[in-house]
Design a protein around this ligand. Structure first.
Ligand SMILES: Cc1cc2nc3c(=O)[nH]c(=O)nc-3n(C[C@H](O)[C@H](O)[C@H](O)COP(=O)(O)O)c2cc1C
Length: 207
């Protein structure tokens, strides 16, 4: 599989915002063009979990993340909730792949139902109809039968359901290790090379 050149990354308002932000950093470091979509609830969660006050203006968001993660000019584009003229809104110009990380049960349900009331849902709907890679990192516990049915429906349609369940067999020493475990699994699904953690059976260090 060839790594995607362009990825849509949607941050929604589930717990686990550090996964999404770390993923954004890794995608930009990997020189991938990123279309970033941020739900209103994601802004609340970013503040709560990371003390990260995300600006509502897209230009300011591009400057914030572009500066923090040293993006190339034009590498990061942010689109608003109802920006229907964004490339991701149409099957004629979608990204090569899309990740929703973290993904709420609400957004997951909307995708499963084929809703397209905001740009995140529409972009996911486009990926589905165009048969492109779509990865969801859903977070909730415990999971109800509704959540499980929605996930099963989406998995059967070829969507990757990748819960943020870090393993402990690498002996994580800090929270950053747990975050990288999950982000590494997402990057693997996208065929993006990384050295976030050793691979199973590979005991050498990564230097
Ligand atoms: C701090 C915080 C944590 C939340 N954690 C979750 C969660 O883990 N999973 C979930 O499905 N919703 C969670 N929610 C609720 C969603 O944010 C809420 O359902 C919201 O409407 C989702 O909108 P969105 O899918 O457009 O982001 C959380 C909300 C807050 C404020």
């Amino acid at each position: 599989m060839i790594p995607p050149a362009t990825i849509t990354l949607a941050l929604t308002g589930a717990s686990g915002m550090p996964y999404g932000i770390r993923l954004l950093e890794c995608l930009l470091q990997a020189k991938i063009r990123v279309y970033l979509l941020v739900s209103q609830a994601a802004q609340v969660v970013a503040k709560q979990e990371m003390d990260l006050q995300l600006p509502t203006r897209k230009g300011e968001l591009e400057t914030l993340f572009g500066g923090r993660f040293a993006a190339q000019p034009g590498q990061l584009s942010v689109f608003g909730r109802e920006e229907w003229f964004a490339p991701v809104a149409s099957g004629s110009n979608p990204a090569d792949a899309m990740v929703v990380c973290p993904c709420t049960m609400g957004t997951l349900a909307a995708i499963a139902a084929g809703l397209a009331d905001n740009l995140i849902e529409r972009a996911a709907d486009v990926m589905l109809k165009e048969g492109r890679t779509l990865i969801l990192v859903p977070r909730e516990t415990p999971l109800s039968a509704v959540h499980l049915e929605n996930m099963l429906k989406l998995a059967r349609l070829g969507i990757v359901i990748l819960p943020p369940n870090p393993g402990f067999y690498n002996r994580p020493a800090q929270v950053a290790d747990l975050i990288d475990f999950v982000v590494a699994r997402v990057l693997d699904q996208l065929a993006i090379p990384h050295k976030l953690m050793p691979r199973w059976g590979d005991k050498d260090d990564l230097s």
